[in-house]
Design a protein around this ligand. Structure first.
Ligand code: G3P
Ligand code: CA
Length: 275
């Protein structure tokens, strides 16, 4: 088991490298749908990613974008514009499979049409403690209460202890404030600070990150031997995003990363099996 920095509490996660399904197996199926997460599981993913948005009536739904327009289809009055201006009832009228078939006709499937935007509650209900979750608070400064709602749902589904002791739920964000808030509420929860593509900026942020997080999620383009060494010297895990080409996966594994986000967990699983 990997020990965490002291500031992150006594949590631990299994040894990597971890295969993190970015929005599910989103290279093969519509992102952030049960289809994409089920497929990722069958392909050997260790963690299933969820990006969080909050509806106008305060419900956490799983969608990458702050707006519905890219991936949602349905009544324009319900399925366009910012998620935070739509109620859950409106969100339920939208489907998020057709856009994938339009964008990727070579991978299109008729059963993708009609896929719904899941609530986080529904995701926890479906998978329970059978999977590992990697959950991102998206634009949390525009959704006050997002962190509280996440922690409350984890509690309700019995996932808090599993997160604390097994790293079954990793919480990630680009927002240090969001992660610090969660750390204040429960310092035993494993947190990952997302970072950008500038290697020097990544390294300069590390000391601050150790105050509340157990790892970093930099852009893959920021990851160098120096970045990995600096992170390891501070006991931080390194989970780059988003890596889809096997050659780049190999390079990052050689550099010693602890896992990576990929739209193609099948490709990463094949590489890891061969190591
Ligand atoms: O969370 C890691 C990676 O997913 C960050 O980028 O925009 O795909 O959420 P994004
Ligand atoms: Ca994400």
């Amino acid at each position: 088991m990997t020990l965490l920095p002291a500031a992150a509490g006594p949590s631990s996660v299994p040894d990597g490298p971890h295969n993190i399904a970015h929005r599910g197996a989103s290279g093969h199926a519509p992102e952030h749908t049960f289809l994409a997460w089920d497929l990722a599981r069958s392909m050997g993913a260790d963690y299933l990613e969820q990006d969080l948005q909050m509806t106008a009536d305060g419900v956490l739904v799983v969608l990458h974008d702050a707006t519905l327009d890219r991936t949602a289809r349905g009544p324009a009055g319900s399925c366009s514009g910012p998620v935070r201006e739509r109620t859950l009832e409106e969100i339920r009228r939208c489907e998020v499979g057709s856009w994938f078939n339009e964008r990727s006709p070579d991978r299109a499937r008729s059963d993708y049409v009609g896929a719904r935007i899941p609530t986080l509650d529904e995701v926890f209900e479906r998978y329970g403690a059978d999977v590992r979750y990697y959950i991102e608070t998206k634009q949390p400064d525009e959704a006050p209460g997002m962190e509280e709602a996440l922690l409350e749902l984890m509690d309700r589904h019995g996932l808090t202890r599993a997160a604390e002791h097994e790293g079954r739920v990793l919480i990630q964000s680009f927002s240090p404030a969001s992660l610090r808030l969660i750390h204040e509420r429960n310092p035993r929860l494993p947190l990952i600070q997302l970072l950008g593509s500038d290697s020097a900026e990544v390294i300069s942020s590390l000391d601050g990150v150790t105050e509340y997080a157990m790892g970093i999620g930099p852009s893959a383009s920021a990851v160098t031997a120096e970045v990995v060494a600096a992170a390891k010297a501070r006991g931080l895990l390194v989970h780059p995003y988003t890596v889809n080409e096997p050659a780049e996966m190999e390079t990052l594994l050689e550099l010693g990363v602890d896992g990576m986000f990929t739209d193609y967990p099948d490709r990463l699983a094949s590489l890891l099996e061969g190591r």
